[in-house]
Design a protein around this ligand. Structure first.
Ligand code: ADP
Ligand code: TRP
Length: 324
């Protein structure tokens, strides 16, 4: 199967990005043909400092490599290195009803957070559909918040196929790949962990920062001795992500019986998190020391991604009648 996904370089990546997306990227690279990219065109809707955008883009590539994405297995490229993307986005936008974009939750959310109502933000899902359809992707690993964008992608593909398809289909219909156990990772305040809520623990936060942030995770005021409900506790949900099944079952029992204090769980969580990313932290030091190697990975991947993209874009151009 062909797997494809992207992540915006709008800041350092956090553990919601890791469990919701990156971990699946790494697992899926082994048995599939994988394409992963840094969505810098998308990030332009929120990052307006060119130097920062370049830094974040580099940082996301380095983060992916440090966590175990293997450039010999997966094609790890930058979205803007494939200009075919924006051409396809235009072709798709000509068959996308306004109403589909108007009902998008992520657009409405961002406007509510105070972002200006710009066309790029509004048309964001069309660009995302282009990202996906351009590579004939079968499977798209993402967190729950991207489900609606995947539905729009399928709807746009079907509509283009219907309008222009004739005998053969122009676009392959992709499926989302969303793991139930990590679809929504909670943040420090119990809401979804997100850069825009300022409630994140970053993958490469220093150990001292991780310990400090863990202490801030919201909990209720149930006394140590009293039984607690693991199912409604964001601290438990985070602990569960890093625990083995046995540790998880044991903590579940201790919650229900009473006798475990939130302070103890926070300490255990911080240490588990630090240990979990220790090897990646070392890899990151090595990749950061080799910017030229990162550049080579990026260039080789762009060439491969463009070759794949060209074939699909030409198919779409022929189907709708542009070009000769
Ligand atoms: P953010 O919300 O912090 O801006 P992005 O929108 O850049 O994060 O997300 C990149 C990827 O990580 C997407 O696939 C998204 O679904 C996933 N993701 C982000 N936050 C979470 C979370 N809290 N839980 C699960 N997945 C998440
Ligand atoms: N919109 C996604 C996010 O915010 C990033 C993204 C852009 C993406 N293009 C994509 C994800 C294509 C999957 C496939 O997380």
């Amino acid at each position: 199967m062909r797997v494809l996904s992207g992540i915006q370089p709008s800041g350092p990546l956090h553990i919601g990005n890791y469990f919701g997306a990156l971990k699946q990227f790494i697992e899926l690279q082994h048995k599939n043909e994988a394409y992963y990219f840094v969505a810098d065109f998308h990030a332009l809707t929120s990052v307006r400092d060119p130097k920062l955008l370049r830094e974040y883009t580099h940082d996301v590539i380095v983060t992916m490599l440090s966590l175990g994405l293997d450039p010999d297995r997966a094609t790890l490229f930058v979205q803007s290195d494939v200009p075919e993307t924006t051409e396809l986005a235009w072709l798709l936008s000509t068959v996308t009803p306004m109403g589909w974009l108007e009902k998008c939750v992520s657009y409405k959310d961002k406007i509510q957070q105070g972002l200006p109502a710009e066309h790029g933000l509004f048309a964001y899902p069309v660009l995302q559909a282009a990202d996906i359809l351009l590579y004939d992707a079968d499977l798209v690993p993402v967190g729950q918040d991207q489900k609606q964008h995947l539905e729009i992608t399928r709807d746009v593909a079907e509509r283009f196929n219907r309008v222009y398809g004739g005998e053969s289909e122009v676009f392959r219909l992709p499926k989302p790949y969303i793991l139930e156990t990590s679809a929504v990772v909670p943040g420090l305040d119990g809401r979804k962990m997100s850069k825009s809520y300022g409630n994140t623990i970053e993958i490469f936060d220093e150990p001292a920062v991780i310990r400090k942030k863990a202490k801030k995770i919201v909990t209720d005021s149930t006394p140590v001795d009293a039984p607690k409900n693991p199912e409604t506790c964001p601290l438990f949900a985070m602990f569960a992500l890093f625990a083995t099944p046995e540790q998880r079952a044991q903590m579940d029992l201790r919650y229900r019986q009473g006798g475990v204090g939130y302070g103890e769980v926070k300490g255990l969580l911080a240490e588990a998190m630090i240990a979990h990313f220790e090897a990646a932290r070392e890899q990151r030091r090595q990749w950061l020391a080799q910017p030229q190697r990162v550049r080579e990975v990026r260039e080789a991947a762009a060439a491969k991604a463009r070759a794949t993209a060209r074939v699909v874009l030409d198919r779409a151009r022929v189907a709708c009648g542009v070009g000769s």
